[in-house]
Design a binder for this molecule. Structure first.
Ligand code: SF4
Length: 388
């Protein structure tokens, strides 16, 4: 008779890790079926089931033979991140707290407007860039999100609005990669997830309606135009290097002149010459809101096709910065508008549910050693996992 320990050893066979198909782009899924010895069109069928019909149970995918479904179930799954909470603001803003593998939480916000609904999606758990005015930056960095965890956010939002039903009234019409994290520091996964957003057999969003926002990872931005032409937002927040070095530390590595040139090259390569970059500028009281800052910004941006989005700073506990005064905000806007720029002012939404990025997720796990390694990578000017 075997001893108890031997019995336990037999019973505790390690569970087979399955491939999560949720984050597979059409081409990756095609390769996957190639490797299985199956036809590539299976990729289209699976993508439609998951991202058009909202079906994540392989058993329900009835146009796939039972035999293939069984083979798939043996090696693959469709696994979504877990929704921890979902809060609705009185103004219609909806905010989710989502738990990913490892136990950390990320945030996602949906902002309804009259003719569109914009989903702000996270790309990393925390962020290593440590911008001094950012609640997410203060939390440290844990890890990159997988493509499944990024596109899973859109799936969760679409499902919550019954968007997989073609008759749904409320929909996600726009996605901005502007949540937690710097998208270009998680290049491959973000590009894969964005390709599913654009895919006709999935969400079918237009390139104009998917926006990637970057704080200025210049080599990665240079590479992006080779693989994608989604809309671009650049997080500037200062009109000169001296001030930007304090607010956005990555500026010390990639100064404004390089960032603006890279953004201009990206815009120049776009097939539609009407497209412009969006310049994001968070206004903080007595920091970057002066008349001379507005004038300097107007000169800095003169060769970049762009519109400017002014964002009154939304204070969070522990920050030293304050919201810009209305007088300074209006003055800043008027100077830029007077120089011929299209200027919008972002209105604060979802105040009652702490909808500003990073206000809900709290501390991320393991911010020390991983963050140090990550910062070292940054110092060595090696954007991570760039597609060559
Ligand atoms: S502003 Fe963006 S890039 Fe800067 S720390 Fe926050 S999430 Fe990261």
């Amino acid at each position: 008779m075997p001893k108890a320990a031997e019995v336990i050893a037999i019973d505790e066979q390690p569970q087979k890790v399955k491939i999560n198909l949720l984050g597979f782009s059409a081409s990756r899924l095609g390769d996957f079926f190639d490797e299985m010895g199956e036809k590539r069109f299976r990729a289209t069928q699976i993508i439609k089931w998951i991202h058009q019909m909202g079906e994540c149970d392989l058993d329900q995918m009835t146009n796939i033979s039972k035999d293939l479904r069984e083979r798939l179930k043996d090696i693959a799954e469709i696994k979504l991140p877990e929704v921890v909470s979902c809060q609705d603001s009185v103004d219609g803003t909806r905010k989710w707290l989502i738990r990913v593998d490892g136990g950390s939480c990320i945030e996602m916000v949906y902002i309804p407007e009259r003719e569109r609904g914009t989903l702000c999606v996270s790309s990393q758990i925390g962020c290593a860039l440590d911008c001094s005015f950012c609640a997410t930056g203060k939390q440290g960095f844990n890890r990159d999100l997988t493509a499944a965890e990024i596109i899973g956010q859109l799936w969760i939002a679409a499902d919550s609005f019954d968007q997989f039903d073609p008759k749904a009234k409320r929909r996600v019409t726009n996605v901005v990669m502007m949540g937690m994290g710097e998208p270009l520091m998680n290049f491959d996964n973000v590009v894969d997830a964005m390709s599913i957003m654009l895919e006709d057999n999935a969400y079918g969003l237009s390139k104009r309606r998917v926006t990637l926002s970057t704080a200025g990872v210049v080599p990665a931005l240079d590479k992006l135009s080779d693989v994608s032409d989604v809309s671009l937002a650049i997080s500037l927040h200062a009109p000169n290097d001296e001030l930007r070095n304090q607010l956005v530390p990555i500026n010390r590595k990639y100064p404004l002149v390089d960032f603006i040139e890279s953004a201009r090259n990206y815009i120049d390569k776009m097939p539609d010459n009407r497209r412009k970059a969006t310049v994001e500028y968070t206004l903080m009281d007595q920091v970057n809101d002066r008349t001379e800052h507005a004038r300097e910004l107007a000169v800095l941006l003169k060769d970049l096709p762009c519109k400017i989005n002014l964002i009154p700073f939304n204070p969070f506990p522990g920050t030293e910065y304050k919201r810009v005064s209305n007088t300074a905000l209006n003055r800043f806007r008027d100077i830029l508008a007077g120089e011929g720029y299209t200027v919008t002012v972002r209105t604060t939404r979802g105040d009652d549910i702490a909808a500003a990025c990073g206000q809900l997720a709290g501390e991320v796990n393991d911010r020390t050693k991983r963050q140090e390694r990550y910062k070292k990578k940054l110092d060595e000017a090696q954007p991570v996992r760039i597609i060559e």
